[in-house]
Each structure stands twice: as structure tokens, then as C-alpha cells.
Ligand binder design. Structure first.
Ligand code: ADP
Length: 648
């Protein structure tokens, strides 16, 4: 069995392996995890103290991105607690030896007596500080540096140190720009005025030298920001801009490079490419670069190895970077640059998702459902149109039927109406004769003459009324609903059949609801229904030897006025009652069987109901309803009937 002390020697390696494989999801990672968490006890590590020295200020996006990834990696990969100390030295904004000395003194004073297990430096300036003052600052503490180029000489002089290197080379970014824009003839290189910016400018001049034969380079370094932006606005279309770093402008104004990149990308008349991934999203097209997040994670892993006991001098500084081309898809679209020209495995950021690309099957399903619904709707609309046409046709047929029935009714009544008209005309004639005779015999009897003239006038009016009613019946017209006084209407109808009733020796009785409740009805149609029922009643009693009686009653029933027309005839056998309202059902030789069918149609057109009253023990009673004009009437007027007898 491995002794715990021996195991601790391998712990660094195991932790490194663990953190490597954990992200890859490899089964090796699981095996290592099992080993680490197995019951074999490792010396319980005490809390480790780590000091991180950042070259720049805390707001620098590179610091934030690298620092967060590194600390997260260490926290997740280390089994015990790590106490982190951090210093943002701001050495780019405050360059020069005196500030360097002040900073070193401050660090020495501040951390006197505190034992660190590891010092991490982020960026070249912090590394330089450590290299210069190693004997005064944390002399024996292992150092992990990060965020520096291979060429940064100072790390080679630093004992007990290892680190993560970055390429930070502007050349691959220029090559990416040439791939995307092969027609480019001019390259404008932008950088600021700080020492750090100038170092980048020097590097770019050196790295771009081989391209000078085919491209025209312009270096806009250390200009005041406004001057720079104006120059960029006027660039010709065959140019591209390579943005390096920009911490200070020509007037000494300080910038975060990402902020400066945003201003430059906004102002430039041509696409801008950059050298740091922290510029992505500011408006630059992209570049070939290491990401600070990746560098941060690698630094965290390296720091864990040192904390676990590995010696820094045994680990050579290395490049974890992948030289990845990173582009902003929105900027590709803005400048009309083709994705096809990009190297394989480029990191495409800010891709605007297209609904069709992302949810093709959902879009297809939704389209299909919508099409189905549309087809269903069209089908329903056709169906509705056909139904309306059919209803219109049925209405027309019904109107024609009513008219035909009216003509039939008029035919039936012609004889009695002729008689009716004949009677007042005869009366007029005899009154006129009497008047002539009076004038001839005794010219002074003026009173009698006046009475004769009154009679003539009344007879004439009656004849006119009969003719008018006949015309109303003949007219084929729509339903004309209005408030009608039913008692008056009933009396009119009775007056109309008066002669016929007398001829047939039929007595007509009425029992009408008092107070003259108004109904909503078409006057002519209502008359027709009543006429039909009364004539049917009279015909049914024609063979009767007993007294012949017709009874008309109205009474309030809820929101309706209910009519009853009853005769004292033979009635109708129960088995035939159900067919009474069927069209063409007749028991008469000359009958058409349309009267009751039409009566039902007319009543129903008034939203009423018509039926045979089964409780009438004498003759046949037919009831029908018509809506009242004032629905509240029945609440205020108690039910009562008045009876009156009229004989034909
Ligand atoms: P029609 O009078 O042309 O026969 P109707 O539709 O008015 O057509 O009447 C249909 C049938 O109903 C009549 O033939 C008759 O048999 C029966 N009927 C109608 N009213 C009465 C009634 N008051 N008493 C007995 N039978 C009647």
C-alpha cells in the first residue's frame, strides 16, 4: 500500500490530471476523480494563500475575464480552501521606475510577515516588477506568470517561476483580414501612445514587414483620439484597420483598449480587426487570438500543480493557445463579408439565429397546422354561404306559398265578399231611391233626407273598407311588424265573415283580454290566420243539426297573448290531429290542405306557437300565441276576461 506521505508526492500530478480530464468528460477523468476521492488519505492540506498581481486596473476586461476563469478553476480543482489576495497595480497608466519602486515598497510593507504559497502575476508589467525586485519581494515564493509573450525577457531571469505564454501576435489577424478581404491594398495599423501601446506598434511593424511589398501600411500610433477618428472616417474602400492596443492617446488621455476599439470601429469607413478577444462585441470584425478565459483556466491548472507540490522550475512555460479565428457574425453581415472564406473551426460569435434554421420542424408543423386551419375556414365559409343561399330560397318559397294560400283564401271568400259589397251597394241604391222619392213627394222633409245621406255615406265607407281589406290580402308583402290592438283586429275579422256566418247560421262569441294589450304582429297575416281558423270552424259545422257556435278568446300568457278559436262541430279524431298542420292534409273534397300549414308558418314567423287544444271537449279548439308589445304588462294587469256575444 502507498504510504500517505508518498502519495502526497503524486498529488500534484493527480490534481493536474483531474483538472485536465474533468472538462473533457473523459472516462480517464472519472478514474482520476475516483482515485482522488477514495478512502486513501492524503495529508490534510492547510489553507493556501495566493497573491495575484495584476498589471492593470480592475476594470480592464482582460483582467476580469482571465482573473475570474483562473480563480474559478482553482476553487473547483483544489480540495481545501484557498485564500486569494489581489493587487491591481495599474502600471500601464503609471509607468516609470519611481512608481515601480513605490509599488514594490507598498507590497513589501503591506504583506510583511504574511507567508504566501504562490504569487501569480498577470500581464508583463507585474512580471517585470517581480523579476526586478525578486530579492525584496517574496524571494522564496513560487511564481506563476500569465498573460505574457514568449519574448518578454524577464521571466527567464526569474527563479522558482513558471507560467502560461500567449502568442499575442498581430500577423495571424492581418492574414485573417486578407482572407476575408482579398482585394485589400492598404492596411492602417492603430495603436495608442503608452509604452505598452508602442511595444505593440513595434511588434506589428516587425511582423508585417514581409507584407510591405504587396500592401501599403500606414501606422496611426499615438494620435489624439479625435484626430485618429477623423483619419479613419476618410479611409478608402480598399483599406482595412488593424487595431492593436490603446491605453493612452496623443494628448495623454487614458482609455480602456476595448472602449477605444469601440470608438474606432464606429468611426472607421472600413472593417476593423483586433488582437484581443476582449474587443469582440465592440464593432470589430474579429481577429486571430487566444481567449483570456482559456488562458485563465490554464493558469488556474498550472497554479494548482504548484500548490500541490510540483516545483515550478520543473515545468517549462507553455502556450495553451489555439490560434483561433474569432469573428462577429453581425459585422460579417454589416460589411458583406463571406463566411466561406473563414478558416475551418472559426469561433462564430453573435450569430443571429434564424427561426427557420433553429426550429425547422416546428416551423413546418406550425405552417401545416395553419394551412389546415385555413382550409377548414374556407370550407366553413363555403358551407355558410350555401346555407344562407338555401335559407333565402326557403324564405322565398315560404313567401310564395303564403301568397298562394292568400289567393286561395280570397277565392274562398270571393262569394261572401261579393255578397258583402253587394249589401252596402244595395243599401246605397235603396237609400238613393228613397231620397229621390222624398224629394219628389215632399221637398220640405229635409231631416229624413239628411238621415238617408248619412246612411249612404256609411254604406259607402263599408264598401270601401271591404275593398281595402281585399287588396291587403291580395298584396304579396314582407312581414310588417307593428304594435296592434288585437281586440279591434278580431272585431274587424268577425265583421269580415259576418255575412258568411249569418248565412250558415253560426253564432260568434268572443272573450277578449281587457285593457287592450298590444301585440307585435303583421296585421294582415294575423287577420289571415284568424280568418282561416274561423272559416275552417264554420265549414266543420256545416252538417251540424245543433246550434252552431264559434268562440274566439284571448288571454295573457307570460310575454304572449294566447288566442283560441273553437267551434262546436264534430272535432277531429285523435289519430289525425298530429297531421292537421301538415301541408296538403285535407279531408274536404274541394280542400287544398294548405290553410293550417300556412297559419303555422305565419304564427312561427311571429315567434309564436300554434297547436290543437286537447282539453276542448266540444268541437275543435286551435290555440296560437303572438308576442306582447309590453312584456311587463302581465305583471301590472291581472288576468280577466270580458265576454260579449255577437251573432251573425
Ligand atoms: P283545407 O281546409 O283546405 O282542407 P286546412 O289546412 O285548413 O286545409 O285544413 C286541413 C284539414 O283539417 C281539413 O281538411 C279538416 O279535415 C281539418 N280541420 C280543419 N279545421 C277543422 C275544424 N275546425 N274541425 C274539424 N276539422 C278541421
Amino acid at each position: 500500500m502507498i504510504h500517505p506521505k508518498e502519495l502526497s508526492k503524486y498529488r500534484g500530478f493527480l490534481l493536474h490530471a483531474w483538472s485536465k480530464f474533468r472538462w473533457g468528460g473523459s472516462s480517464w477523468g472519472i478514474v482520476v476523480a475516483i482515485v482522488l476521492s477514495s478512502p486513501i488519505t492524503v495529508d490534510a492540506a492547510e489553507t493556501k494563500s495566493v497573491l495575484i498581481l495584476y498589471s492593470n486596473e480592475s476594470f480592464l476586461p482582460a483582467n476580469i475575464s482571465l482573473g475570474n476563469a483562473m480563480v474559478d478553476q482553482m476553487r473547483q480543482g483544489y480540495p481545501d480552501r484557498i485564500e486569494f489576495y489581489s493587487e491591481f497595480l495599474d502600471l500601464v497608466r503609471f509607468p516609470g521606475d519611481s512608481h515601480l519602486s513605490r509599488t514594490a515598497d507598498m507590497l513589501r510593507e503591506k504583506y510583511k510577515g504574511r507567508d504566501f504559497d504562490l504569487v501569480i502575476s498577470a500581464g508583463p508589467q507585474a512580471l517585470n516588477l517581480l523579476a526586478d525586485r525578486r530579492h525584496a519581494l517574496f524571494p522564496d515564493v513560487p511564481v506563476v506568470f500569465t498573460g505574457v509573450r514568449e519574448e518578454s525577457a524577464s521571466w527567464g531571469e526569474l527563479n522558482r517561476a513558471t507560467g502560461i505564454l500567449m502568442k499575442l501576435d498581430p500577423l495571424p489577424t492581418l492574414e485573417l483580414a486578407m482572407k476575408l478581404q482579398p482585394q485589400t491594398r492598404r492596411v492602417v495599423v492603430v495603436s495608442g501612445a503608452s509604452d505598452f501601446d508602442r511595444a505593440w506598434d513595434d511588434l506589428a511593424r516587425e511582423r508585417f514587414r514581409n507584407h510591405e511589398s504587396r500592401l501599403e501600411f500606414t501606422y496611426l500610433s499615438g494620435l489624439p483620439m479625435q484626430t485618429l477618428l477623423e483619419r479613419l472616417r476618410d479611409l478608402p474602400s480598399d483599406a482595412v484597420v488593424i487595431f492593436l492596443t490603446f491605453f493612452t492617446d496623443g494628448e495623454g488621455e487614458y482609455f480602456l483598449s476595448a472602449d477605444a476599439a469601440k470608438l474606432v470601429a464606429n468611426a472607421s469607413a472600413v472593417p476593423v480587426y483586433g488582437t484581443y478577444d476582449t474587443y469582440m462585441g465592440t464593432g470589430i470584425v474579429g481577429g486571430c487570438m487566444d481567449t483570456f478565459e482559456e488562458v485563465g483556466r490554464e493558469t488556474g491548472d498550472l497554479a494548482l500543480r504548484i500548490l500541490a507540490g510540483e516545483k515550478p522550475e520543473n515545468i517549462a512555460p507553455y502556450f495553451p493557445g489555439k490560434d483561433l479565428s474569432i469573428v462577429d457574425c453581425r459585422q460579417l453581415a454589416r460589411w458583406g463579408l463571406s463566411e466561406d472564406r473563414l478558416p475551418a473551426r472559426s469561433d462564430m460569435r453573435f450569430r443571429q439565429s434564424s427561426l427557420w434554421k433553429e426550429h425547422r420542424s416546428s416551423v413546418l408543423t406550425a405552417t401545416f397546422v395553419l394551412a389546415l386551419q385555413a382550409a377548414l375556414l374556407i370550407g366553413l365559409l363555403f358551407e355558410r354561404r350555401n346555407r344562407i343561399l338555401a335559407e333565402l330560397e326557403a324564405d322565398e318559397t315560404r313567401r310564395e306559398l303564403t301568397h298562394a294560400s292568400r289567393l286561395a283564401t280570397v277565392g274562398e271568400l270571393t262569394a261572401s265578399i261579393a255578397h258583402e259589397i253587394h249589401q252596402p251597394l244595395g243599401a246605397i241604391l235603396s237609400n238613393a231611391d228613397a231620397a229621390e222619392m222624398l224629394i219628389d213627394s215632399s221637398p220640405e222633409s229635409m231631416d229624413e233626407l239628411r238621415q238617408i245621406l248619412v246612411d249612404i255615406r256609411q254604406d259607402d265607407l263599408r264598401a270601401c273598407e271591404v275593398i281595402e281589406r281585399l287588396r291587403a290580402l291580395m298584396r304579396n308583402r314582407e312581414l310588417e311588424l307593428q304594435a296592434i290592438e288585437p281586440n279591434e283586429l278580431i272585431e274587424n275579422v268577425i265583421r269580415l265573415i259576418h255575412r258568411e256566418a249569418k248565412r250558415r247560421d253560426v253564432a260568434v262569441h268572443t272573450e277578449l283580454a281587457p285593457g287592450g294589450p298590444l301585440v307585435i304582429a303583421d296585421k294582415v297575416h294575423l287577420q289571415q290566420v284568424l280568418l282561416n281558423l274561423l272559416l275552417n270552424g264554420m265549414e266543420a259545422m256545416s252538417e251540424l243539426n245543433q246550434p252552431k257556435k264559434l268562440f274566439v278568446q284571448t288571454q295573457l300568457q307570460g310575454d304572449n297573448l294566447e288566442f283560441l278559436v273553437q267551434d262546436s262541430g264534430p272535432g277531429i279524431p285523435t289519430e289525425r290531429r298530429s297531421r292537421l298542420f301538415d301541408p296538403f292534409f285535407t279531408t274536404k273534397k274541394e280542400g287544398m290542405g294548405l290553410g293550417l300549414s300556412i297559419a303555422r308558418t305565419l304564427v312561427e314567423a311571429h315567434e309564436g306557437r300554434i297547436w290543437v287544444d286537447d282539453n276542448c271537449h266540444i268541437g275543435l279548439g286551435v290555440r296560437f300565441t303572438v308576442p306582447l308589445a309590453q312584456k311587463s304588462l302581465n305583471e301590472t294587469s291581472p288576468f280577466a276576461c270580458v265576454s260579449q256575444e255577437q251573432t251573425g
